[in-house]
Ligand binder design. Structure first.
Ligand SMILES: Cc1cc2nc3c(=O)[nH]c(=O)nc-3n(C[C@H](O)[C@H](O)[C@H](O)COP(=O)(O)OP(=O)(O)OC[C@H]3O[C@@H](n4cnc5c(N)ncnc54)[C@H](O)[C@@H]3O)c2cc1C
Length: 397
């Protein structure tokens, strides 16, 4: 039996590894010249440093993330962020710390307000909370990449149940120490090589040949791979590509994320608030300082992503200069618009996310499938490992 995993994002990488660990023969096909998909790094020529497509944050309660990291060679690739988030209001200049201890009454009240019922926007469930605008709204935006009034309270509740409601350790943020690829991708490729998985980069799947519920062959540029009777396919591509290959899939709306990376002539002075600040009252929402590079993130950035990169750079730099009290101009900058960063996580869209099981020998994987979680690394890994488990159930070793 050979399993063809298509797409080497975190869903595909984790699926290929779990299937190989279960004794299956696995081939991983990736369209790009680099694995990692929406979680990747590169040396950016305009800045002369390695950057990520977007700063990714995970938290202690992301069990699949930590399980994956342990499997591919350790969690050393992560650094722990602050136990309490410094938050800065750019309009008033007010700086405070969002610590779980101080927010406990609000967190406990949220558990009650978010009790399961018909799904609705988060604002309908938590909008009356005293800390809504200063805590819940920015948190919901970061977690769901969808404005709180539109974002599914049911999905948000599931995230809270695994993180904030479990206390400090499960809520602790972590960032990639030296970039996403070094933490999440390079070690996975090394583990796949040891496990005997063939990885084919620059190998886009163009078409699935199907007969009823069965995939009979995979069409690549260098020819078709005909599937044997016990072979299987896991399609771990982004949802827009999956829909081109399987037109019966529903159309799912996307929500963009914009990141700006700014290189300074001189690294900003160390601040008591640390290298990681939540921002309110401007355009940038999270600010990260790494040496002489300052990066900012804007979630649910549909309107911003329509503007030119120069305009976006000016707006984001204005927020950075204000937040850090800088007078120097950046020596170089790079704005990255990820227009299809995640799904737009409204209750209506949640109802459309497809399950992994799709055909007799075809499974879907990816953060956009019905994991019950938002499109995140945890969601992508959950889907990848889940698809491998289904393969094992269908074809016990
Ligand atoms: C800017 C940004 C910031 C983010 N921030 C966070 C964060 O802070 N925390 C967090 O947990 N998550 C975050 N995410 C979400 C996270 O990156 C994704 O949920 C996750 O990487 C998705 O993994 P995936 O494997 O499902 O999909 P992808 O990473 O999209 O992988 C799909 C792969 O399929 C390949 N492919 C496409 N077409 C074909 C084809 N025809 N044949 C073969 N291969 C193909 C693609 O090249 C890609 O490698 C962020 C995402 C972005 C874009």
């Amino acid at each position: 039996m050979t399993v063809h995993v298509v797409g080497a994002g975190l869903a595909g990488l984790s699926c290929a590894l779990a299937a190989a660990d279960a004794g299956m023969s696995v081939v991983l096909h990736e369209a790009a010249g680099q694995a990692g998909g929406r979680c990747r790094s590169w040396v950016e020529p305009t800045l002369g440093v390695t950057i990520d497509n977007g700063t990714h944050m995970v938290v202690g309660g992301n069990h699949e993330v930590f399980r994956y990291l342990r499997r591919i060679g350790g969690t050393d690739g992560l650094i722990a962020g602050p136990a309490a988030f410094p938050m800065l209001d750019l309009e008033s200049g007010r700086l405070w710390t969002a610590s779980l201890g101080r927010l406990l009454p609000s967190v406990l009240a949220s558990a009650w307000r978010m009790a399961p019922s018909q799904d609705a926007g988060i604002t309908r469930r938590l909008g009356a909370s005293r800390n809504f605008h200063r805590f819940w709204e920015p948190l919901a935006l970061a977690v769901m990449n969808t404005p709180a009034e539109d974002a599914s309270a049911r999905v948000f509740r599931r995230v809270l149940a695994r993180t904030l409601w479990r206390g400090q350790a499960a809520s602790r943020p972590f960032l990639a120490r030296n970039g996403l690829s070094e933490t999440f991708v390079g070690p996975a490729l090394a583990a796949l090589a040891v496990a005997g998985v063939t990885v084919r980069l620059h190998h886009p799947l163009r078409r699935l040949q199907r007969s009823g519920r069965l995939v009979t062959a995979l069409d690549f540029d260098d020819g078709a791979v005909v599937l044997g009777p016990s072979d299987a396919v896991v399609l771990a591509v982004p949802w827009a590509v999956a829909r081109q290959l399987l037109p019966e899939l529903p159309k799912l709306p996307a929500s963009p994320i914009v990141n700006g990376h700014f290189r300074l002539a001189v690294a900003p002075a160390k601040r008591s608030s640390g290298d990681f600040i939540g921002l309110l009252g401007g355009t940038a929402q999270w600010l990260f300082v790494r040496g002489d590079v300052v990066s900012v993130t804007v979630s649910a950035a549909a309107a911003l992503a329509e503007r030119s990169v120069d305009e976006i750079g000016t707006v984001l730099w204005g927020d950075i200069a204000k937040a850090l009290g800088l007078r120097q101009a950046p020596v170089a900058q790079r704005v990255i618009k990820e227009k299809r960063a995640t799904l737009f996580h409204s209750p209506e869209v949640e109802a459309l996310r497809p399950a992994a099981a799709f055909g007799d020998n075809l499974l879907l994987a990816g953060d956009w499938t019905a994991t019950g979680l938002p499109c995140t690394l945890e969601g992508a890994l959950t889907s990848g490992v889940g698809a491998a488990r289904q393969l094992l159930r269908r074809n016990p070793a």
